[in-house]
Design a protein around this ligand. Structure first.
Ligand code: PAN
Ligand code: ZN
Length: 186
């Protein structure tokens, strides 16, 4: 019987193989995400904020499959707010996910449907279970690239709209050189 090598390689903060799909977001794609929109506008619209490499072994929306992603989030700040991913609930809200830290330092910001927001420190080796019905985004609080892995159900989908319109109830800000979660209404 045959033993095959799919040459799908996940190692040292990179995911490679002919089935890998890459995407990226630059600062202009993150319009309205940061508190200080004026500061974001003053920055280079084409500056790379993050890249995502994904393995989608089944079609999006398939029940019973899994997707795998590697996110590389660059260091930086918009005003006093750390670079972060857009963040989303899953469209099929009753779908959980795992994240785990690979390189760099950051904070996983989580918000439930009642609007309660909390954070979990991310660093190489940290493992994070994101329960269903919980929105998630990651902020890079370090000086170097932050890479993290993710694994989620193939029928989860992404609801970016709720976060784009309502945001998270707290933001991760640099306060005197230290990351702090501050209420968005302040
Ligand atoms: C991750 C995220 C990835 C990028 O793979 O999609 O980190 O963040 P945004 O999708 O919020 O821009 C995931 O949570 N998948 O479900
Ligand atoms: Zn997700």
């Amino acid at each position: 019987m045959e033993i095959i090598d799919k040459r799908l390689i996940f190692e040292g903060g990179s995911l490679e193989g002919k089935e890998i799909v890459s995407s990226h977001r630059v600062l202009k794609d993150l319009k309205g995400i940061f508190a200080d929109e004026e500061a974001r506008e003053a920055m280079d619209a084409e500056q790379l904020a993050y890249e995502v490499e994904c393995h989608f072994p089944v079609e999006e929306g398939t029940l019973g499959g899994l997707f795998f992603g590697l996110t590389k989030l660059y260091p930086g700040k918009v005003g006093n707010e750390y670079f972060m991913t857009k963040g989303h609930f899953h469209a099929e809200s009753e779908r959980a996910e795992y994240y785990w830290g690979i390189k760099g330092e950051g904070v996983l910001i989580l918000m439930d449907r009642e609007g309660k927001t909390w954070g979990e420190k991310m660093y190489p080796g940290s493992l994070h279970y994101i329960p269903s019905h919980v929105a998630h985004r990651v902020a890079n609080t370090g000086e170097e690239l932050l890479s993290f892995g993710a694994c989620w159900p193939s029928d989860a989908g992404h609801d970016y709209e709720t976060i784009a319109t309502e945001g998270f109830s707290a933001r991760l800000l640099d306060v005197d050189g230290k990351p702090q979660l501050k209420s968005s209404n302040q």
